[in-house]
Ligand binder design. Sequence first.
Ligand SMILES: *[C@@H]1O[C@H](CO)[C@@H](O)[C@H](O)[C@H]1NC(C)=O
Length: 125
Amino acid sequence: MKVLLVCMASYLLVVNGGDIINRCVLAKMLHQEDLDGFEGYSLPDWLCLAFVESSFNVSKVNENVDGSFDYGIFQINSHYWCNDYQSHSENFCHMDCQELLNPNLLSSIHCAKKIVSGAGGMKNW
Ligand SMILES: *[C@@H]1O[C@H](CO)[C@@H](O)[C@H](O)[C@H]1NC(C)=O
């Protein structure tokens, strides 16, 4: 019950909290979208990945030395996974990179599932 209350309080904070998503709210979203246990990776694995990649900044965009960009909470790369209309992309996730910045996280989660399903799993990050 205490955890639930903390979660609900955090949820209210996240609305005006800017780009940084609360860890507890994030955990809930990832769980709802069935990432807990997906391809053998636990919820803590996914939270750890999100923290290392973006520090929970859902709108993070980072340019790489090769001219490609990494997008969103999981810092998904434009060269392989999404189209940013700026550089060549394989676009394996069939989406605009901008969708990976949507605070509902649905596109990021969808694409992350595709990435982690490939050979190497989470080592693809
Ligand atoms: C989140 O990322 C965006 C884009 O990279 C950046 O402009 C913003 O300052 C970041 N927010 C925080 C709180 O670091």
